[in-house]
Design a protein around this ligand. Sequence first.
Ligand SMILES: Cc1cc2nc3c(=O)[nH]c(=O)nc-3n(C[C@H](O)[C@H](O)[C@H](O)COP(=O)(O)OP(=O)(O)OC[C@H]3O[C@@H](n4cnc5c(N)ncnc54)[C@H](O)[C@@H]3O)c2cc1C
Length: 456
Amino acid sequence: MDFDAIVIGSGQAGVPLATRLAKSGRRVLLAERGALGGTCVNTGCTPTKTLVASARAAHVARTGGRLGVRVEAVQVDFPAVVARKDAMVGTWQEGVTRRIAGAGATLRLVRDHARLVGERTVEVGGERHRADLIVLNVGARPVQPPIPGLGQVPWLDNRRVMQLPELPQHLVVVGGGYIGCELAQAFRRFGAAVTILEPGPRLLAREDVEASQAIEAVFRAEGLTVLLGAPVQAVSGGPGQVTVRLSGGTSVEGSHLLVATGRRPNTDDLGCSEGGVRLDGRGFVEVDDRYQTSAPGVYAVGDCAGGPQFTHTAWDDHRLLFEVLAGRGTRGRKDRLVPYTVYTDPQVAGVGLTEREARARGVAVEVATLPFGSIARAIETDEKAGLVKVLLDPATERILGASIVGAEAGELIHVFAALMQAGAPARALVDLEAVHPSFAEGLQAAVMTLPRYALT
Ligand SMILES: Cc1cc2nc3c(=O)[nH]c(=O)nc-3n(C[C@H](O)[C@H](O)[C@H](O)COP(=O)(O)OP(=O)(O)OC[C@H]3O[C@@H](n4cnc5c(N)ncnc54)[C@H](O)[C@@H]3O)c2cc1C
């Protein structure tokens, strides 16, 4: 049988695209060389957020005294934590399997590595297939940075650290980005000693400096060691003992080494040059605003297409591309809002411009800031760390960006995302009757710190 469409990769864009195309009557081949569901389900969002939930339970139990609830000797059953995480991954994997099976006989799943071997032609499972439509959804994987000695020590990436059978005694984390921060805090809460080594001057470098500082303060208060401006010179050691040498001659000893320094696209073994698909200097597939690559009929979506690397972005890519293919696409990939959340505790969430980006681009902004600890709900629940920051266009009162560090920031950010999506002015939030006591009240209060909304 030959195919109308070939989708390479069963990630967050590939599965919904393949199944919807098949349900619309097209003959579709879906190729997957690894676990069904891709990064999010197997080694990304699902397992990390499941671990983070267990870690938070330990933290809440341990610190209950601040609310007058004392729990004696909190014990973390690490194998049970890992088993819960594995079960959760299994449940989501089953969901993906069901979804693929439910698409009907016109969808054929081939569990193998696929590569382009010519114009609109793919080799997979020992066969060659040509299709008018090819979609690349091959995702990304952790970078192995060029640290001298790394190849000789048993270092962990986000995949391997979540398979550890026992809690590390001392986890050394190289990289203070979101993956490093989420995992570092979780392992600290499970009971490991944790040291973060960040070469730059602050954690979560994409955020405004106040957000980075808020997270750093929380981490230090929880007993994590945070070394900033600490580029790694070399590593050495073996199982259960690693030494990380830093510039300046100091070194850090630990039992395990987690390296979280970025991700690279899975395009190096995809046959892009044979297929006429151009890559950028970092290996991402070059696509236009409608996901079209340099090869006619070949599209790319998700992490490999070089946009923000989030599950919701990959999923949204599938939706936009489906509309493009149906001839209905009016929105492009570039003119959309991409909210995000870092699942540290407190969470860090953002949408639109940060203040730093606005200033760098010369965009005129009014900035409203409110400490999270000024919000009644935050005081009553003792979740006071963080802040709310909102950027407004002074001429139109429209929101240009927002960032929140605080409890449930990942939920709260949707208030700003929805207002921005609707093109509504910030006054809409001022005129809202917000529930008391709620964290959301703080969003309104933040905006009302601006003189134009002050009550007189
Ligand atoms: C630790 C971690 C935590 C994360 N947490 C979050 C989060 O909380 N929220 C969020 O939004 N995002 C999160 N992400 C990012 C998110 O997981 C990714 O952005 C998302 O999964 C990308 O989906 P995708 O469809 O582009 O690719 P993937 O999900 O990576 O899917 C690509 C698939 O293609 C397959 N493949 C690759 N090459 C080939 C080939 N040649 N032939 C056949 N198959 C191939 C791969 O095996 C893989 O299954 C996290 C990532 C990590 C690593």
